[in-house]
Design a protein. Structure first.
Ligand SMILES: *Cc1c(COP(=O)(O)O)cnc(C)c1O
Length: 458
């Protein structure tokens, strides 16, 4: 039986000469088509041998399978998706998105040569960091600035510069893990310094720091706890006290701010979070933060601080290994310029626009979207969005959501169909309903969202 089935399978040569396959070879690389013919036949053979398949396979099915495999193989792996989760800075979905103007600028820099490391005035060699140093200094009030691959790299580089073969003191309450891959103790180890943990999880006093300072202390480190909060019987040492202590003992105070905002977001209903400008004003020596969290720019790690430390970091050989490319620099420069006018920043930087959008405005957009649907399984409900990216873990933003409540398909079936679209739509599932938070949906995707969902529910 198995032998008969195996014998009946079409031969590779036969398939290659088949009209349908020849058409594929006209459109796609021959090598890939051949690879997928072999892969398909191998799979069928395996299934026959394991008796998963006990009937002959139709030739048309074989050819369709090959066709699908080829198309799949050649489609982009990294692609655009539609974020219906309501998590604005969604680390799995690429964190912050940049606006059209910034994308256009970045692509024009990439399509041609640029003055990345060329000083136009003197005609001599320039430095890539000059393009963003001044704007960062102006916006944060710092004496110097530098940009590297991401904030994890920034922290590692800073500690390697000031605390290599030395000790860095940190509060036990701040030994955080962020996103499953950034852990302060591990980063410290790689930087070549020794972490001195002081205080307890919920309480740390200034004297805990004072008592642990010695001749070999390289830094006082403060880490923003980002994605969690210790509530109740707690005490942390104010940054101002750490700065005073650092000044007295001539030891730099380093602050890993994580997200780092340039704008006071309490106006938009979020908890108090000092801006980078305010933190610099407190006299902290070195501050690091991400480019793609609240800043709303590309992936980057931004370091601002006192000139003497920024100069030392620039000279560190590690900086060369962690440097950013022209895509990052152009996107960051373009994003940062909006911040000269706060109103413009809120309007033009998508992350900020989504955070600041009022409930009424989201609800109005939800109603616009609902009008296109011709389906009683769909309605608008109230819900909550989150900032995400480990920022404001306790804050929620009231929002309007599209709810799909199908009698024909389960929520997980619909969710899977939505994920398998050409531009995948990532939804939230709650109590067997599909939810799309309109806050993180972009208006120019509305038509696509409606036609895709109508198709799925048919
Ligand atoms: C997010 C975060 C990091 C890591 O930043 P990346 O830009 O993702 O490398 C480090 N420290 C804190 C406190 C954070 O919130």
């Amino acid at each position: 039986m198995k032998k008969t089935l195996l014998r009946q399978l079409p031969k590779v040569d036969y398939l290659i000469n088949h009209d349908e396959i020849q058409k594929m070879i006209d459109d796609y690389p021959r090598k890939i088509v051949l690879k997928m013919i072999n892969e398909t036949l191998d799979e069928i053979r395996k299934n026959i041998l394991s008796e998963l398949l006990t009937e002959a396979v139709d030739e048309k099915i074989i050819i369709d399978t090959i066709n699908n495999k080829v198309a799949n193989y050649l489609s982009f792996s990294l692609k655009r998706v539609i974020n219906g989760t309501g998590v604005i800075i969604h680390t799995n979905l690429g964190r912050s998105i940049i606006n059209y103007e910034t994308s256009q600028h970045t692509s024009s820099i990439n399509n041609g040569y640029s003055n990345l490391e060329f000083d136009i005035e003197s005609g001599k060699r320039g430095l890539r960091y000059t393009h963003i140093e001044k704007v960062l200094m102006d916006l944060t009030g710092a004496e110097g600035a530098l940009v590297v691959n991401n904030n994890a790299a920034a922290v590692m580089l800073v500690l390697n510069t000031v605390a290599k073969d030395k000790e860095a003191i940190v509060s036990r309450g701040e030994l955080v893990e962020i996103g499953g891959s950034f852990r302060v103790p591990e980063v410290m180890k790689i930087s070549g310094g020794t972490l001195i943990e002081v205080g307890t999880t919920n309480k740390t006093h200034l004297k805990d720091f004072e008592n642990n300072i010695n001749d070999n202390t390289g830094a006082i480190l403060k880490v923003h706890t980002s994605n969690y909060k210790i509530l109740g019987f707690t005490k942390e040492v104010p940054v101002e006290d750490l700065v005073a202590l650092g000044k007295e003992k001539n030891i730099p105070v380093v602050l890993d701010l994580g997200s780092g905002t340039l704008i006071d977001l309490t106006k938009y209903g979020l908890s108090v979070e000092p801006t980078v400008l305010e933190q610099v004003g407190k006299g902290i020596d070195i501050i690091t933060f991400s480019g793609d969290k609240l800043l709303g720019g590309p992936q980057a790690g931004i370091i601002v601080g006192k000139k003497k430390y920024i100069d030392a970091i620039k000279k560190n050989q590690l900086t060369r290994a962690l440097r950013v490319g022209k895509m990052t620099i152009s996107a960051l420069e373009s994003t940062l310029r909006y911040y000269f006018d706060e109103k413009k920043a809120i309007e033009e930087i998508p992350t900020l626009r989504m955070i600041a959008e009022t409930y009424d405005s989201v609800n109005e957009r939800a109603n616009k979207l609902l009008k296109y649907f011709d389906n009683k399984d769909i309605r608008i409900i109230d819900g909550e969005s989150q900032v995400g990216g480990g920022t404001f873990p306790l804050d929620v933003i009231p929002s309007a959501l599209i709810e799909i409540n199908s009698t024909k398909f389960s929520a997980s079936q619909i969710s899977s169909k939505l994920r398998n679209l050409e531009v995948p739509i990532i939804a939230r599932i709650s109590e067997n309903r599909i939810l799309l938070d309109v806050r993180t949906l972009q208006e120019n995707d509305f038509e696509y969202i409606v036609s895709s969902i109508n198709n799925i529910l048919e």
